[in-house]
Design a protein around this ligand. Structure first.
Ligand SMILES: C[S@@+](CC[C@H](N)C(=O)[O-])C[C@H]1O[C@@H](n2cnc3c(N)ncnc32)[C@H](O)[C@@H]1O
Length: 293
């Protein structure tokens, strides 16, 4: 009897564990944010294993956002933490830097050294639901995050509200009709573990969003943002992109999936030799919009 009980107990604890695992899978699948579970883990691994791949991004961020000592900067979709140390340092202790992202898993892995700085605040929220005072930021900024926002009109309105008069929005993203959008729609949408059902803006729609939020047409500029990703080998490029986009649905072994990523990348994007290494052209566009005084 007691051994039956034990085996029953064992069976029921196994069932509980299985049901917890199933709930977890379901929770991740139904979670309101996409960067959860394996998607978040592989994204973090890509950045950690290839810390120099996106080195040009710092230059591009500085060129357009130009964070200065004392600036109050809102960074949304910043959960990866990629720009956080640089922006926090640039605004310094007299500035303010609010980092927000809807993914708790990404936000929770921000470096402690950044979170501890007095100028840094962190909140877990999609940009369209941000609960912050109106006119409390000089600059708002996002890179590669906006196509994930489900309600882009609301997001723009929210950002416009929180900028002070004369404040600036700098938003880098993938745009419709570009080689990068084709890469995402052809390759990432098929093989990313979470899928990639997103909203890439056209230039016309980007201007319409600015107009609806309140930015006058004359205060809006759309610029080319020549993102380059740098690697020692093509294999490194494939591994970085495989992880960054969590393309685990490619069939085969890990090696075969990475090779398939290299082939997929080359279908739409330019890869070229640069000195001893390789450069992948990952060009986005940027919206630079100024709120009237
Ligand atoms: C491709 S990652 C880019 C992360 C980071 N900006 C970078 O350059 O490494 C997209 C980010 O957008 C975030 N995101 C998704 N929906 C969002 C929303 N509605 N508001 C703000 N961020 C969002 C994701 O959680 C994720 O951190």
């Amino acid at each position: 009897m007691s051994s039956e009980n034990t085996s029953e107990e064992h069976g029921s604890s196994q069932r509980r564990a299985e049901s917890a695992a199933a709930s977890r899978t379901e929770w991740v699948a139904r979670s309101p944010y996409e960067f959860a579970g394996l998607r978040a883990q592989l994204f973090r691994e890509a950045l950690a294993e290839y810390p120099n791949a996106r080195r040009d991004d710092y230059y591009l961020m500085r060129k357009y956002l130009d964070p200065q000592p004392g600036d109050r900067v809102l960074g949304f979709g910043e959960g990866s933490g990629y720009f956080c140390g640089t922006i926090a340092k640039a605004v310094g202790p007299t500035g303010r830097y609010l980092i927000t992202d809807p993914s708790p898993e990404l936000v929770c892995s921000l470096p402690e050294s950044v979170e501890r700085l007095p100028q840094v605040q962190v909140t877990i929220s999609p940009v369209e639901q941000l609960d912050i005072d109106a006119e409390s930021f000089d600059k708002a900024w996002a890179c590669g995050a906006f196509h994930h926002c489900p309600n882009q009109t609301e997001a723009f309105k929210r950002v416009y509200q929180v900028l002070r008069p004369g404040g600036r929005l700098v938003l880098f993203d993938v745009f419709q009709g570009t080689p990068l959008a084709r890469h995402f729609d052809d390759c990432v949408a098929r093989y990313c573990v979470t899928g990639h059902e997103v909203k890439f803006m056209s230039e016309e729609f980007a201007r319409a969003l600015c107009f609806l939020a309140g930015f006058p047409d004359a205060n809006v500029e759309i610029v080319d943002v020549p993102h380059r990703l740098c690697f020692a080998t093509e294999w490194d490029m494939g591994k970085f992109v495989y992880k960054m986009h969590a393309m685990t649905l490619f069939p085969g072994t890990l090696e075969e999936r990475i090779q398939a990523t290299v082939n997929g990348v080359k279908r739409h994007l330019t890869v070229e030799r640069d000195g001893d290494g390789y450069v992948l052209h990952f060009d986005q566009k940027g919206i630079i919009a100024r709120k009237p005084q």
